[in-house]
Write a protein that binds this ligand. Sequence first.
Ligand SMILES: Cc1cc2nc3c(=O)[nH]c(=O)nc-3n(C[C@H](O)[C@H](O)[C@H](O)COP(=O)(O)O)c2cc1C
Length: 396
Amino acid sequence: MEKQYIALLFDNKKIMIRTNRFYDLFNFGTKIHLMKFISKPYESAALRLPNRFVMAPLTRQRAGVGLAPTMLNATYYAQRSSAGLLISEASQISTKGQGYVNTPGIYSEAQIEGWKLVTRAVHQAGGRIFCQLWHVGRHSHPSIQLDGSQPVGPSAVKETTLITTPSGKVEPVLPHSLTIGEIEATIADYAKAARNAMEAGFDGVEIHGANGYLIDQFLNDSSNVRQDIYGGSIDNKCRFGLQVVEAVVDAIGSHRTGIRLSPSGTNFGVFNLEPVATFEFLIHKLNDYNLAYLHLIEPVASSLENLPQYLKRVTPHFRPIYKGTLITSAGYTFATAEAALNDGLADLVAFGKDFISNPDLVERYAADAPLNSYDIATFYGGDDRGYTDYPYLLRK
Ligand SMILES: Cc1cc2nc3c(=O)[nH]c(=O)nc-3n(C[C@H](O)[C@H](O)[C@H](O)COP(=O)(O)O)c2cc1C
């Protein structure tokens, strides 16, 4: 292993030591703190981040009138703006793309104005924020669709899990299989939403290609039984997602475009006969776009029992394939995040639930401080409780 020289400051006198250790040592007075890898800045052609913490996209179902963000949402995001990068909660690109109540949109003027409150507050607090662009596809219900219509998907195949509606969990309905014309219109909706996100002041967008929603429904065999150019072979199943990437890149530029994928995800009953080959093909292709980043979700191990075709860990498998900035996420602790960065598995690590309950997650890690625990009851919907009232370590 190559030896590294690091600078040590003792009572403001600088000395150099040789070390194999990956930590930088800094002196504050006479007390020495370890500066963790995750606390170091990250720079790429597209991103300039003060640290490697990413706040994962987190649906909170607290949008206001017209599904537009409000000052409450602005406060929530600004509170968390010490993260290197914030990714907004998933935001539907069209009315058709909505699958839950009170999730924000990014398709109307009022929504753009609402998001401006959020982006301004985050930027004023020194942060950076990408907007996650979302279409739920078949994971919706007529009672959630604003016009009461049938949800859409790659194919007329029902989801296997219940759908949460305002009147409780209900059986899914048969989705309408998108025609080629409707697919083209949906791709145009993604591009328009990306332009809207720029108008709203976001620093970029993250295409939600994960977790059993529309793009993932195209990628998976259980939800895509099409026999045209969007189904059947691996390149056909990847076509829709890649066309969305291309349209968004054309609309706002590759350096402002990221994508999130769940290569071993089985959310809402999506099932892939050849997940590794499918995502290897897709991720190889993504190299051509020079994106701001690829964001991978690690699977929950228990969801893959008796499914030998799935990778139990996706980041180590895809790291050598993807040439650009890689974010890994799901289930990380500080220690495992630190190890992933040190091992070169990823460039950035996203945290979800810990950011819900710790607005100052970054500062807490730097101080080795304990974390607030999160309250699942207030994850989805409600007011400021469980949203903007989690305590800081040191009240600002
Ligand atoms: C309340 C909640 C809302 C979520 N909303 C989204 C979302 O809008 N988009 C998305 O891609 N993932 C969403 N996720 C998944 C998270 O981004 C993240 O992958 C997951 O929480 C696992 O990471 P963690 O173990 O650090 O919490 C959500 C998770 C939770 C708990």
